[in-house]
Design a protein around this ligand. Structure first.
Ligand code: PLP
Length: 379
């Protein structure tokens, strides 16, 4: 198989798996136990906390492990608002991941007003629009660093500066950006920041929330005192250990891996565009994650393309959710104002450091064959 769906999840790195193995076997202590086995587990968790913190230049104290990016987003948004209940507006973008969109949706049912900053046809956010929309009633801003469907990277430094100048807490979803672009919380004024392990060759079901010093946040679960009371429950020790190693590897290899992925992504895009004249690239190609391209094949359904690709050994994805037999265009492409006809044929290809040049060559051939065949059927 040729796996070009790395924004969904990535292959675990061998180093990560090796580091996790003892904690799924003989090292099964509970980090809260005072005995030696407990302390071995505690030390492993704290080492991983330091590894993750180092990647974003944070103090390890400010890293709270969670069950993934979704939980980190939920904890940040619901927990921040619970801690300051007097203000009733949330500023966000219409292209956030569903973890953020649905958390805001839940708050809307409790009487909060959601202010969506508009995105343009290239999926960009203008910090001036954030400035216009933010006001004294804004309790929280939640803006992603990079979009999971298009790869578009937002001018988060400028957005964060605007939000900070109004004294409003800012949550940044860095799930897709982490490991691909430098993130430094010392120079990025934010309150919380969501991370996930399985997008960076770590295990699934583990993530983290960076919580800035002094940030006001309420835990959303009740139970023990783990993770500074913000995330009670016995820690997923093996997962956390894997996350630590994955983060350290990602940061160490970031520049080299980014160059590799950019080259291959650009080759894939150019190859497909040269062969399939109707294909278009969606999103701002001048500010984009190194590994992502969202290409649309107007007039052809993404689902049919994905099935065709899968039959020939290529894994990709569409931004569309298939519900009750009808393809709903992605909320991201809809917010960008992409015609439904184009959006229905949008395919996301997302590479990893493991993607090879020969896989890309093969993928260009396969995509061309599949799209030409489907086009001839619908002609
Ligand atoms: N935020 C973004 C931007 C994502 O792409 C994802 C996963 O696709 C998430 C949050 C959720 O992360 P997790 O799968 O770890 O819950």
């Amino acid at each position: 198989m040729i796996y070009l769906d790395n924004n969904s999840t990535t292959r675990m790195a061998d180093e990560v798996f090796d580091a996790m193995r003892p904690f799924m076997g003989e090292q099964y202590g509970n980090p809260s136990s005072l005995h030696l086995m407990g302390q071995t587990a505690r030390n492993a968790v704290e080492r991983a906390r330091a590894q993750v913190a180092a990647c974003i230049n944070a103090n390890p104290r400010n890293i709270i492990f969670t069950s993934g990016g979704t939980e980190a987003d939920n904890l940040a948004i619901l927990g921040t608002l619970e801690a300051q209940p007097s203000k009733r507006r949330i500023l966000t973008t219409p292209v956030e991941h569903v973890a953020v969109r649905q958390a805001c949706g839940k708050l809307a049912t409790r009487g909060y007003v959601i202010d969506d900053v508009r995105v343009d046809r290239l999926g960009r956010v203008d910090p001036a629009d954030v400035e216009r929309l933010i006001n004294d009633e804004t309790a929280l801003a939640a803006v992603m660093f990079a979009n999971n469907e298009t790869g578009v990277v937002f001018p988060i430094d400028r957005i964060a500066a605007v939000v900070a100048s109004r004294g409003v807490p800012l949550h940044i979803d860095t799930v897709q950006a982490f490991g691909k672009v430098p993130i430094n919380v010392q120079s990025l004024p934010c309150t919380t920041l969501a991370l996930s392990a399985h997008k960076i060759h770590g295990p699934k079901g583990v993530g983290a929330l960076y919580v800035a010093p002094g940030a006001r946040l309420r835990g959303q679960l009740v139970g023990g005192h783990q993770e500074r009371d913000l995330r009670p429950g016995t820690e997923n020790v093996a997962g956390i250990v894997g996350f630590g190693v994955a983060a350290e590897l990602a940061e160490r290899q970031r520049e080299e891996a980014s160059e590799h992925m950019t080259q291959l992504r650009d080759a894939l895009e150019a190859g497909i565009l040269a062969q399939v004249k109707s294909a278009v690239v969606l999103g701002d190609t001048s500010s984009r994650l190194c590994n992502t391209t969202n290409m649309a094949f107007p007039g052809i359904d993404a689902e049919a393309i994905l099935i065709g690709l899968s039959q020939k050994g290529v894994c990709a994805s569409s931004g569309s959710a298939c519900s009750s037999g009808s393809l709903e265009p992605s909320h991201v492409l809809q917010a960008m104002g992409i015609d439904a006809e184009v959006a229905r044929g949008a395919i996301r290809f997302s590479l990893s450091k493991f993607t090879t040049a020969s896989e890309i060559e093969m993928s260009i051939t396969v995509v061309t064959e599949v799209v030409r065949k489907l086009a001839s059927l619908t002609a």
